[in-house]
Design a protein around this ligand. Structure first.
Ligand code: HEC
Length: 311
């Protein structure tokens, strides 16, 4: 006696359960099923239980049906058929009414009085889904106009700013968890004291032989002035450390020895030398480097770095 209805029930129940669980258990950043790993097992158990219950009920019905006399089986089947027919009857009727379509015999009532080579037209009502959809768009338009053009709620620009600010927060959070995924495109100046301390340690053990402890230079160029051979700013400095300098100059690519996160730390530390005055600084080499990005960012970047430099 298994029927379609029980399949629908199982699917509907499983879907509802899924939505309810994910809604109730969700955290700010994570889906419930991510946050609570055993939820999957719990969910599977409930769905399985439901399937078992459906199967049991169906089996019981089957057994009981067999115990009926033939006559009663017949009436039972008839009743079932009637019940199936009447299911959703009210809804179906309402829909038919709203549709207002006419039986073939009554079509003469709505026929329009033109006739093209025997082709005629019926003045049918528009389908209700269409009509109500149309009303909905009218209501939407009125609400929209009042909200955004009369009351001047938020603009697209503001919406964009909010989205960008939110993305920045998420990006920063991501950078904290995925430090070793930084590359030359995503690297930013690190300002955390812990990062700069780690950068200083890396610099002391790997770089002072050629660049001096205060960045004044030696075999390698002076890192404290605004002049750069290979370009200043976090991206260029990160790139130089990662890929090395020009052939034969002595600056090797460090990407084999240092992790991306470490290169970001030591690059950020190198930038703290900017504007300091080393004891025995080498003369300037290369060109003054200006940040091609918006000048505003240069100012903030530099002030951030300088602040640390003076600390
Ligand atoms: C063996 C010596 C040597 C060591 C060790 C060394 N460098 Fe260099 N570095 C150089 C030389 C030489 C250059 C110039 C490269 C060129 O002219 O192409 C340079 C260039 C640079 C530049 C670019 C400077 C500019 O003006 O563009 C940076 C930044 C830099 N080094 C950082 C580091 C860091 C950080 C370390 C440690 C992880 C390090 N270097 C270790 C020799 C060294």
């Amino acid at each position: 006696m298994r029927n379609k209805a029980s399949y629908y029930r199982i699917i509907g129940f499983a879907l509802l359960g899924f939505l309810a669980l994910s809604y109730l258990g969700k955290t700010e950043t994570q889906n419930a099923f991510e946050a609570i790993p055993w939820l999957w097992a719990f969910y599977a158990a409930i769905v399985l239980f439901h399937i078992v219950a459906e199967v049991c009920v169906a089996a019981l019905q089957g057994v009981l049906f067999q115990t009926l006399s033939l006559e009663k089986q017949e009436t039972y089947l008839q009743n079932e058929a009637l019940r199936n027919e009447n299911r959703f009857k009210w809804l179906k009727e309402k829909y038919e009414q709203a549709l207002g379509s006419k039986e073939m015999e009554e079509e003469h009532e709505i026929i329009l009085d033109h006739n093209y080579d025997g082709i005629q037209e019926l003045d049918n009502k528009l389908p209700p889904w269409w009509v109500y959809g149309f009303y909905a768009t009218i209501i939407f338009a009125v609400v929209y106009m009042v909200r955004f053009h009369v009351l001047n709620d938020y603009t697209q620009d503001e919406e964009y700013e909010v989205a960008v600010a939110q993305a920045k927060i998420e990006l920063d959070a991501w950078r904290k968890t995925a430090k070793d995924l930084v590359d030359v495109n995503s690297v930013i100046v690190l300002t955390d004291a812990a990062d700069l301390k780690a950068g200083m340690a890396l610099y002391t053990s790997n770089c002072i032989a050629c660049h001096a402890a205060d960045g004044g230079g030696g075999i390698g160029p002076n890192l404290t002035d605004e002049h750069w051979i290979l370009g200043g700013g976090i991206k260029n400095v990160f790139n130089t450390i990662s890929e090395g300098g020009r052939d034969g100059k002595g600056m090797i690519p460090w990407k084999k020895d240092l992790k991306p996160a470490e290169m970001a730390q030591v690059a950020s530390y190198v930038l703290t030398f900017q504007g300091t005055i080393p004891a025995d600084g080498k003369e300037q080499e290369g060109d003054i480097w200006l940040n091609p990005d918006a000048p505003a960012t240069t100012a903030t970047d530099n002030t951030a770095v300088k602040k640390i430099a003076t600390n």
